[in-house]
Design a protein around this ligand. Structure first.
Ligand SMILES: [Zn+2]
Length: 263
């Protein structure tokens, strides 16, 4: 089995390599960033435009980087997607209270933009827990690098170092990342029932495919050998990073395979 990295790790290239340099691309992101910072400095009400929803950015990020999957739960997203600001743009929740402003200066920052399903986006909302509230960046003059976020960022960190599946249950890995992993699961509700249902459907889809092929081939030595190859290739294809719920499939790889395919 190929070793792969999952929630999955996203290979997000610098924006200059990715978004076309035209009116709907980087220039507008940069201009909008300048404008929102100017409004803050002038003490004006912060008003956000939605250019991060433009097709060129969606194509560059959701399609090319994320393979049309939610960056958090790995569900395929088609129409039900949201632009997720890793650091929330409008407000931040602190001690259960909504505090303004949020990370307004990162509203159009390529590194802060992700695509998620609408449920993950809604669950995460303005929650952005960090280890030490005292160092939270409150405006564009402060440094976000002083913060230690407790939400996993799949563009920077490798989800495989944080999360795993035991059966169909997503859990935090023990070790130094345990607290951040636990907070990520809690905040986004990666263990919510809707996802459990979808994962179990995926699990059975694969299990039945392997089972049916093996059943058809088991009386014939030659066919059985071919069936092993077909099933192994099939399962290997389902743990690729562009596949829905690839982390769950990878963690369950052996349980999908060994009872049906003698090694
Ligand atoms: Zn999601």
């Amino acid at each position: 089995m190929q070793e792969l990295k999952d929630m999955v790790k996203l290979n997000k290239q610098p924006q200059t390599h990715t978004i076309p340099h035209k009116t709907t691309g980087i220039c507008r992101l940069q201009t909008s960033t300048q404008k929102i910072i100017e409004r803050y400095d002038d003490g004006e009400k912060l008003v956000f435009n939605a250019i991060y929803r433009d097709d060129s950015i969606r194509q560059a990020l959701m399609v090319q980087v994320q393979n049309n999957k939610c960056c958090y739960c790995e569900k395929m997203i088609y129409d039900d997607f949201e632009v997720d600001h890793y650091r929330p743009k409008e407000a931040v929740i602190h001690n259960g209270q909504l505090e303004n402003p949020g990370y307004y200066w990162l509203s159009y920052d390529w590194d802060n933009l992700l695509y998620s399903c609408n449920k993950c986006n809604k669950k995460k909302g303005n929650d952005f827990p960090i280890e030490d509230e005292a160092v939270r960046a409150r405006n564009h003059n402060m440094d976000i690098n002083d913060e230690s976020p407790q939400i996993l960022n799949p563009c920077i960190q490798d989800p495989d170092d944080f999360l795993e599946f035991i059966g169909l249950e997503i859990v935090a890995k023990s070790g130094k990342n345990f607290d951040t992993a636990t907070k990520t699961i809690e905040t986004i509700e990666l263990d919510r029932h809707e996802l459990f249902q979808l994962r179990i459907e995926k699990y059975f889809e694969l299990k039945i495919y392997v089972h049916d092929i093996y059943e058809l081939a088991k009386e014939d030595d030659v066919l059985e050998k071919e069936a092993r190859i077909i099933c192994t290739n099939y399962l290997d294809s389902k743990i690729q990073s562009d596949q829905e719920f690839s982390m769950m499939v990878k963690c369950n790889y052996e349980s999908l395979k060994p009872n049906l395919i003698a090694v």
